[in-house]
Design a protein around this ligand. Structure first.
Ligand SMILES: C[S@@+](CC[C@H](N)C(=O)[O-])C[C@H]1O[C@@H](n2cnc3c(N)ncnc32)[C@H](O)[C@@H]1O
Length: 291
């Protein structure tokens, strides 16, 4: 089955990134290549696109889908962007895009353990080489640590009750699957609202397992060092924790005179995009130019 990932805020990304002929661009989260494919249309025959992802499966797909001599694919973490580019003798670039979060490939493949309807083992590792998985967090972390993660990374107001319920259940037997964990959280909530009650718990676990916020901070710092004068940085975030980090990074660096913010307010999907791709609803694009 071919999994399609509709690139989010595509028109807005192209406007802000402004890719041009002969330029060198980094797609720091290439995923299934939706944005990359479009960027390639603007960079002419001499342009280059470096696509980074820490998901080996995504890179295998993209290798076939985007076989183009202008594309260089790098498996790794965007926080190591400088060394990944250095391996290709690239020390400066004209534009960098981050499209944060998970891809459809990760969400739809239930084996990857990102989805709360899955009866597969709790996993959530974007990089399969990494040791710690959601199973370890749920079954091994002390109650206080679980509560903190749920509160800080999930902004979950029932963090204490959920952490207590998890510890009570795992005292009887390990919590192995995504659906077992969802049911425990549902039990704490007692009723269903608009969103699945386990949404925030799953977000928190995913952030913890993949060190998402630390890596975002490091990736943004690296991008500032790599961008040429007038180079563009575009970041699409999907929840308030990410967006706060991006906003603070841009405001701080604008004050220091390192960047000019292009998006006074973040750009969000238009009604047409929302009806075509409802999962884009929480997306926010912020962009800046290196000065
Ligand atoms: C929303 S998807 C990107 C989709 C892509 N823009 C497209 O149009 O197909 C996010 C991707 O970023 C990757 N990713 C997340 N954090 C990363 C990190 N720290 N380093 C490298 N890749 C990361 C995920 O594995 C996932 O494939």
């Amino acid at each position: 089955m071919e999994i399609v990932h509709l690139p989010v805020l595509l028109r807005e990304v192209l406007e802000s990134l402004n890719p041009g002929p002969g330029g060198t661009y980094v797609d720091a989260t290439i995923g299934l290549g939706g944005h990359a494919e479009e960027i390639l249309k603007f960079i002419g025959s001499e342009g280059r696109l470096i696509g980074i992802d820490k998901d080996e499966e995504a890179l295998k797909i993209i290798e076939k889908r985007l076989s183009d001599r202008r594309v260089i694919l790098k498996m790794g973490n965007f926080s190591d962007m400088e060394s990944l580019l250095c391996q290709e003798s690239i020390s400066e670039v004209d534009g960098i895009l981050f499209d944060l979060g998970v891809s459809m490939l990760q969400l739809k493949n239930l084996e990857r353990g990102f989805s709360f309807i899955s009866d597969k083992p709790l996993n959530m590792r974007m990089d399969k080489r990494q040791k710690i998985s959601a199973w370890d967090v749920v079954n091994k972390y002390p109650e206080k640590e679980l509560e903190r993660i749920l509160r800080e990374f999930g902004e979950e107001h029932l963090s204490r009750k959920i952490a207590t319920a998890i510890v009570r259940w795992r005292g009887k037997k390990p919590i192995n699957t995504c659906s077992e964990l969802s049911k425990i959280v549902e039990g704490v909530y007692g009723r269903r609202g608009r969103f699945h009650p386990a949404t925030k718990t799953f977000q928190a676990l995913r952030i913890e397992v993949n060190s998402e916020l630390e890596q975002l901070r490091a990736g943004l710092d690296a991008s500032l060092r790599l961008l040429k004068k007038n180079g563009r940085l575009c970041v699409i975030s999907y929840h308030s924790l990410e967006d706060r980090i991006v906003k603070k990074f841009l405001v701080d660096n604008a004050k220091k005179g390192f960047v000019k913010i292009i998006t006074k307010k973040p750009k969000t999907p238009c009604p047409e995009e929302l009806s075509l791709n409802p999962s884009s609803r929480s997306a926010k694009l912020r962009a800046a130019e290196r000065i």
